[in-house]
Design a protein around this ligand. Structure first.
Ligand SMILES: Nc1nc2c(ncn2[C@@H]2O[C@H](COP(=O)(O)OP(=O)(O)OP(=O)(O)O)[C@@H](O)[C@H]2O)c(=O)[nH]1
Ligand SMILES: [Mg+2]
Length: 439
C-alpha cells in the first residue's frame, strides 16, 4: 500500500478537533486496576516460572477490542456502515471479489493487508485506495479460495472495535453466503464475534428466522449481543424527506415485536451512507453543496426533481455534471436534498455539515450501543482475570496488599448494577433518536 497517500486519502476530512484517541491502556478503570494488580502479582512471582508466566498470560486478553461482525443480505449496506464506524472508506462497496471475502479491520499503527488463502501460506498484499474503498490485490485468487483478509488500519475507532465485514447472506455465490453463516456461528458460544450487527431493509420473515437460528447456534446470551439495524434508513418510504422519521417508526415497531425481541437486543435505524459521508466529507464536496444551495430556489427545486435531472450534463449550473454525479454517489438523493435544505440561507463549513449528517444518520445511537458492549466486555475480562489470579496465588503472604485489593475490586464489581445488553433495555422507551422531522 502506498502508506501515507493511501492513509490520507482514505481518512477523509480532518475533523475540527482531533478524535479523542483511546489511550494505549484499556479505558475502563476496573480494567486498568486489574491490569496493575496482575502486573504486581507477576512481579511478586518472578522467581516462579510457571505461576509468573501464567499471571503474565492473564494480561493479554484484558481490554482487547470488541469484535463486531456486520451481517445481512447482499447490498444491505454492510460495508458502508462499517466505513462509517471506522471513520474512513476502507471497505469497498463495489461488486469486487473483495466484497465476497470475510474481511477483518483491526487497529494497526500503519496500514497493512494480509490475505489468508484457504490452502497455503498467508501473504502480504497491496491495497490501493479506490473510488469507494480499498482495492485489495488478491493476486487473481477467487473469493472462494480465500479464507479471510486481515486489514490493519490506523483509525482511532479501531482501538476499541475490531470490525468484520461479511459477504451478503443471500450472495449470488452460495459458497460466500454459506461461509458468512459458518463464520458467524463458528465455535458457537466461543465464537470470535462478540456482537453481530444485522442489517435489514424491511424485516422479512426469513430474516427473523435467520436471526432465530443465529441466536440458537451462537448459544445463550447471543440474542443480547445481536443488534438489528434498519439499514439504508434514508430509503425507507421511497426516500421522502421524512424517511428518517419513518425509519425510526419502523425500528420502534421492531423493538416492540416479540418475534424480533426474542432474537436481538434492539433495532436501530441507520442511514449508513449519510454516516459514511458525514465521517469523510471533503471540503470540495461541501463547497459544491453550498454553491448549489445558493442558487435560485426554483432552480434548486427543479434540480431535485429526479436523479436524472440532478445529473443532467446539459444543465447550466455552476457545479459540473461529474461533481453532481459524485455528490449523488456519496449522499444519495435524500442526502443531497437534506444538505441543500440545511445549507439554504445557512452556510456551514465542511466539519459543521459533516457533524450534522452524522447526527441525523442515527449512527451515534449504534455507536453508543457498541460502547455499552465494549464496557461490558472489559469489565467481564477484568473479573475473569482477577478470579484466575486469586486461584494462581497460593501464597498470599507474598503479596497481601495485592490479594486484598483484588478481592475488594471483585466484590465492588459484583455489586455494580446489572450490566445492560449491547442494545440496552428493550422494554425502555426507544433509544433517543437522532433523526427528526426537519429536512
Ligand atoms: N441511499 C443509500 N444507499 C446506501 C446506503 N448504504 C449503502 N448504500 C449503497 O448501497 C450500495 C451497496 O452498499 P454496500 O455498503 O456495498 O452494501 P453491502 O451490504 O456491503 O454489499 P455486499 O457486500 O455486496 O453484500 C452502494 O451503492 C452504497 O452506496 C444508505 O444508507 N443509503
Ligand atoms: Mg460489502
Amino acid at each position: 500500500m502506498s502508506g501515507e497517500d493511501a492513509l490520507t486519502r482514505a481518512m477523509g476530512r480532518r475533523r475540527r478537533a482531533p478524535e479523542p484517541e483511546r489511550p494505549d491502556g484499556p479505558p475502563h478503570p476496573t480494567v486498568r486496576r486489574a491490569g496493575a494488580l496482575l502486573q504486581a502479582a507477576a512481579e511478586a512471582y518472578a522467581d516462579d516460572d510457571a505461576v509468573g508466566s501464567a499471571l503474565r498470560d492473564l494480561l493479554g486478553p484484558l481490554g482487547q477490542p470488541l469484535t463486531v461482525g456486520l451481517a445481512g443480505r447482499i447490498k444491505s449496506g454492510k460495508s458502508t456502515l462499517l466505513n462509517a464506524l471506522v471513520g474512513a472508506r476502507v471497505a469497498a462497496s463495489d461488486a469486487t471479489e473483495c466484497t465476497q471475502a470475510i474481511t477483518w479491520y483491526r487497529y494497526g499503527q500503519v496500514p497493512h493487508v494480509e490475505v489468508h488463502p484457504r490452502t497455503g501460506h498467508a501473504w502480504q498484499s497491496t491495497a490501493m485506495v479506490g473510488r469507494s474503498g480499498l482495492e485489495i490485490d488478491l493476486r487473481g485468487a477467487r473469493a472462494d479460495e480465500i479464507d479471510h483478509v486481515d486489514v490493519a488500519w490506523p483509525a482511532p475507532a479501531l482501538r476499541a472495535l475490531t470490525l468484520v465485514d461479511t459477504p451478503g447472506l443471500d450472495s449470488l455465490s452460495g459458497l460466500a453466503s454459506r461461509r458468512s453463516h459458518e463464520f458467524l456461528v463458528a465455535g458457537a458460544p466461543t465464537s470470535e464475534i462478540d456482537v453481530v450487527v444485522y442489517l435489514l431493509r424491511q424485516v422479512r420473515r426469513s430474516d427473523v428466522r435467520y436471526l432465530g437460528d443465529l441466536a440458537r447456534l451462537r448459544g445463550s446470551g447471543a440474542a443480547g449481543s445481536t443488534i438489528a439495524v434498519v439499514a439504508r434508513a434514508d430509503e425507507v418510504g421511497a426516500g421522502r424527506i421524512d424517511a428518517l422519521v419513518s425509519a425510526e417508526r419502523l425500528a420502534r415497531r421492531h423493538r416492540e415485536d416479540p418475534d424480533l425481541t426474542s432474537v436481538c437486543s434492539t433495532a436501530l435505524p441507520v442511514a449508513g451512507l449519510l454516516a459514511e459521508t458525514g465521517q469523510t466529507l471533503q471540503a470540495a464536496e461541501a463547497a459544491d453543496l453550498c454553491t448549489l444551495a445558493s442558487l435560485d430556489r426554483q432552480v434548486v427545486e427543479e434540480l431535485l426533481l429526479s436523479v436524472d435531472r440532478f445529473r443532467r450534463p446539459s444543465l447550466s449550473v455552476p457545479v459540473t455534471a461529474d461533481a453532481r454525479a459524485a455528490l449523488l454517489d456519496r449522499l444519495g438523493m435524500f442526502g443531497v436534498r437534506t444538505c441543500l435544505a440545511l445549507l439554504r440561507g445557512n452556510p456551514m463549513d465542511a466539519p459543521a455539515l459533516a457533524d450534522e449528517l452524522t447526527r441525523r444518520s442515527g449512527v451515534e445511537e449504534l455507536r453508543r450501543s457498541l460502547d455499552v458492549a465494549v464496557e461490558r466486555r472489559e469489565r467481564r475480562s477484568a473479573r475473569d482475570a482477577l478470579v484466575r489470579m486469586l486461584d494462581l496465588v497460593q501464597d498470599e503472604d507474598r503479596l497481601p496488599d495485592v490479594v486484598r485489593a483484588a478481592r475488594d475490586l471483585l466484590s465492588s464489581a459484583r455489586t455494580d448494577p446489572e450490566e445492560p445488553t449491547a442494545g440496552g433495555d428493550l422494554s425502555a422507551p426507544a433509544a433517543v433518536s437522532a433523526v427528526d422531522a426537519r429536512p
